[in-house]
Design a protein around this ligand. Structure first.
Ligand code: C2O
Ligand code: CU
Ligand code: CU
Length: 490
């Protein structure tokens, strides 16, 4: 009897756990384009950006008012933009009722400017990190990173893009908002009163999986294309959901960039999968007068039956309608090669570290402890990091400070979409991914960077650790204090 009841409940939960919005949207709202924030130039020539984190009310779905958070507005924030070589500063004011932080995801910068849990901004206080942009052109982003509260603060709406330019001459579409368009993809669940519902589904550890999609905060969006090629910079700024980008007519498009930089050459494909925190720059060809629907097909999570379904693996969503104008400006064709990647090689590597994901709240068996340094890296070295998911759930691994290349996945060379600079990567259950990175500068034995799962509920529950970058002479002292911390804890 009990067995039958459990089986019936299981079947009911299973059938209810699938979300499919294909065909449900009317595509009636013009896609909001986050404005590019103009910096002020200070006496030293630094670009100074101002972000004010604030509460507000936003009509995210028509006719319903939702209490939200944003930067310089009630939901999401403006796009920041700077070039390699620029000195920048961001003046962040916290008008929120809670302590938070603002982290520059993918940014190569000093640990004290990182905006991780060690740089809290209390309500009413402000924080002004400064650094120099020194990394390849890429689509980065910013979001809060307070210890234990990241999922909540991101879900309420604090996030934005941070675009990096460099001087490599490239014939890629680059007219912001016209043929170079940010797409911040987020899933939400709304209560009947319009409130944001972050309750987690049953039988899954990943946290909220919304049944509605917002792109740049727009529900039911369309974008009017006026050029024959459009570049979309897609950011998965969702707490837990994995998207598998494709078009309703299955047309091929080009992937030109991943998290932390452009690919060496455009990669023609019909699907690009993005786990939380990952980005893809894609270029789509548009015909005059046509309507093309960008969709998220069921992602391949690799978590098996029945967990696949409870983690969003069977879900499909219409995301955005692209409407081609009757007269499209001719964009020409894409360059055959984009950038040269100066790849670190395995024989440069002086250290190899192991990161084991065996549950949804630890890395290498340890929960995040702000007072413990887990890894000590010597500055000016190359390291191989080996990340293994021995757990049945989806995890997405993200180290701060560095961009990395994928060496191999279960011993195989990475597919084309994982051959460029990355800073976040999906690690399917049962897989081992080896990544390689240079730790070039910014030694600071006092101030750690984070590595963590970018499924935000996992991160908040402790699936995060800390590393410091130190001068050669400091390695021993730093590791001794790590061991002391370890003894102290257990
Ligand atoms: Cu996108 Cu540690 O964060
Ligand atoms: Cu980050
Ligand atoms: Cu995880």
């Amino acid at each position: 009897m009990v067995g039958a009841a459990v089986a019936t409940t299981g079947a009911w939960l299973y059938s209810r756990a699938r979300t499919d919005t294909v065909g449900d949207l009317a595509f009636e709202q013009p896609l909001h384009i986050p404005p590019v924030l103009d910096p002020e130039i200070d006496a030293e020539g630094r670009k100074v950006f101002g972000l004010r984190l604030q509460e507000g009310t936003t009509e995210l779905v028509p006719g319903r008012q939702t209490k939200t958070w944003g930067a310089n507005g009630s939901y999401l924030g403006p796009t920041l933009r700077a070039s390699r070589g620029d000195a920048v500063a961001v003046h962040v004011d916290n008008d929120l009722p809670e302590s938070t932080t603002l982290h520059w995801h993918g940014m190569h910068l000093p640990a004290a400017a990182d905006g991780n849990p060690h740089q809290p901004i209390e309500p009413g206080a402000s924080w002004s990190p400064r650094w120099e942009i020194d990394q390849p052109a890429a689509t980065l982003w910013y979001h809060p990173h307070p210890h234990g509260q990241t999922a909540d603060h991101v879900y309420r709406g604090v996030a934005g893009m941070f675009l990096i330019d460099d001087d490599s001459p490239l014939e890629l579409p680059d007219d912001y908002g016209i043929d170079d368009v940010p797409l911040i993809v987020q899933d939400k669940r709304f209560g009947s009163d319009g409130s944001l519902d972050d309750s987690a589904p049953t039988l899954s550890t990943v946290g909220v999986l919304g049944d509605q999609i917002l792109i740049n905060g727009t529900h039911d969006p369309y974008f009017e294309a006026t050029t024959s090629l459009v570049r979309f910079r897609v950011l998965n700024a969702s707490n837990a959901r994995v998207y598998n980008l494709g078009f309703a007519d299955d047309r091929a498009y080009w992937l030109v960039g991943t998290d932390s930089g452009l690919l060496e050459r455009p990669h023609g494909t019909t699907r690009v999968q993005l786990s939380p925190g990952e980005r893809a720059e894609i270029v789509v060809e548009v015909d005059p007068g046509e309507r093309a629907v960008l969709r998220s097909y069921s992602p391949e999570l690799g978590v098996g039956f029945p967990q696949e379904r409870f983690n969003g693996g069977d879900d499909t969503f219409d995301l955005l309608e692209i409407r081609g104008a009757e007269d499209l400006a001719d964009s020409g064709s894409l360059p055959e090669t984009l950038v040269e990647i100066d790849a670190p090689t395995e024989d440069e590597a002086v250290e190899s570290r192991i990161f084991e994901l065996t549950n949804a709240h630890t890395i290498n068996g340890r929960e995040m402890d702000l007072g413990r340094i887990d890894q000590v890296v010597e500055v000016d070295t190359t390291e191989v990091w080996e990340v293994t998911n021995d757990h049945g759930a989806p995890h997405s691994f993200h180290p701060h400070l560095i961009h990395f290349l994928v060496l191999d996945i279960d011993g195989e060379a990475p597919p084309p979409q994982l051959q460029g600079w990355k800073d976040t990567i999906y690690v399917p259950p049962g897989s081992t991914i080896r990544i390689i990175a240079r730790f070039e500068d910014y030694a600071d034995p006092e101030t750690p960077y984070m590595f963590h799962c970018h499924v935000l509920r996992h991160e908040d529950r402790g699936m995060m650790g800390q590393f410091v970058v130190v001068e050669p002479g400091e390695v021993d002292t730093a590791s001794r204090s790590v061991r002391a911390e370890g003894r102290h804890e257990h």
